[in-house]
Design a protein around this ligand. Structure first.
Ligand SMILES: [Zn+2]
Length: 354
């Protein structure tokens, strides 16, 4: 288990952007003394699931004045900085006790859940409520999920479970049935752009770009607003992917080889790149259909126009499907280089003019 890492998804002091409905629901339940023992927050990556989990952890432990969380008392501050002993995150990088946990870094194995259960039985050390955040409920192995289920079925007093899931369909149904489900949706990009301008002093045009590229996922948008290199890296990565259209098979295979090396130590990084690429091809469909003004990657409008003339709609759709399949192969532990070369072999042919 590790302590909370707050760099990506929390805000400096004022709380959370958007998700008013979820916040109101949690506040009302807490005030009425009717918080569930276990929640599952469902939504896309970077939408703000971890921020909401920390909000809840602070709310139940806050000792400040007024309506919790105050964000200034020592409980709130320690939770926010990741030092609170009673608020624990279990994820794929957590320490587990079994060999399986040490070898498979893509899953949350039984050893990690056993460690969680050992801690569940302890009394709160510095707060009043122990909060266990499972970041990636869909990544629990079958054995780990079944073991966690036992804790969810008989939750000890003063313990709160918060499960976070990006892919709800891969969560064991019996786990889902034990948790109160709260869905977090991306924020409308216009609202998000406005918030970035007013709260983070991002210049208007940049705020619109960040909001659009984030797809309404506030976690990514905030990190991009606070750190220029985040936006720069995304733009650079996309440019490399765009250039592949002008490359030959050898160039594409070289890129596949680079990606497969990256995959061995940064799986999520490769998944993100494939999502980015999918978005690009979706933008090509929009541009092809004359709706380029709602494309995500509007900043590369020149290339969208150019490439949308180059491929047939069928070819674009086929390649989107192929990216999805390649991703699937990677998740199923097919040799990364083989899977990525297979993807490149399916790169669409340009239509001949006339
Ligand atoms: Zn507080």
């Amino acid at each position: 288990m590790r302590s909370v890492n707050t760099t990506q998804e929390t805000l400096p002091s004022t709380g959370i952007i958007g998700h008013a409905g979820a916040l109101a629901l949690l506040d009302r339940s807490r005030e009425a003394g009717r918080l569930a023992h276990a929640y599952i927050f469902v939504g896309p990556r970077h939408v703000g699931k971890m921020a909401l989990a920390l909000y809840l952890a602070k709310s139940v432990n806050c000792q400040g004045e007024g309506r919790p969380p105050c964000d200034v008392c020592s409980q709130c501050r320690r939770i926010g900085s990741g030092w609170h002993v009673d608020v624990q995150v279990i994820d794929t990088s957590s320490e587990g006790e079994s060999d399986e946990d040490k070898t498979d870094k893509t899953r949350i194995g039984i050893g990690k859940v056993r460690e969680l259960q050992r801690q569940v039985s302890l009394r709160p050390y510095e707060g009043v409520c122990r909060v266990f955040i499972v970041d990636g409920a869909e990544l629990l192995t079958h054995e780990a999920a079944n073991s966690l289920l036992k804790s969810l079925e008989e939750p000890p007093e003063g313990v709160l479970f918060v499960l976070l899931a990006t892919d709800e369909t891969s969560v064991l149904p019996t786990i889902l049935s034990r948790c109160q489900r709260i869905e977090l949706s991306p924020m409308p990009t216009d609202d998000l752009a406005q918030t970035l301008t007013s709260r983070y002093a991002v210049q208007e045009e940049n705020a619109r770009l960040i909001a659009r590229l984030s797809g309404g996922c506030t976690g990514w948008a905030i990190s991009a607003a606070q750190d220029d290199s985040v936006l720069g890296a995304r733009i650079d990565s996309l440019d490399v992917l765009i250039e592949l259209a002008d490359s030959d098979l050898e160039g594409r295979f070289q890129y596949a080889s680079k990606l497969s090396q990256l995959y061995s130590n940064d799986k999520q990084g490769v998944r993100d790149l494939m999502d980015l690429w999918t978005l690009w091809w979706r933008d090509l469909i929009l541009t092809w259909a004359g709706q380029g003004d709602v494309a995500t990657n509007l900043h590369r409008n020149d290339k969208l126009e150019e490439q949308s003339l180059r491929y047939s709609l069928d070819a674009i759709q086929m390649f989107i499907k192929r990216i999805k399949e390649a991703r699937h192969y990677l998740e199923r532990n097919v040799n990364p280089r083989t899977a990525l070369e297979w993807l490149m072999l399916g790169f669409p042919e340009a239509q001949t003019a006339g």
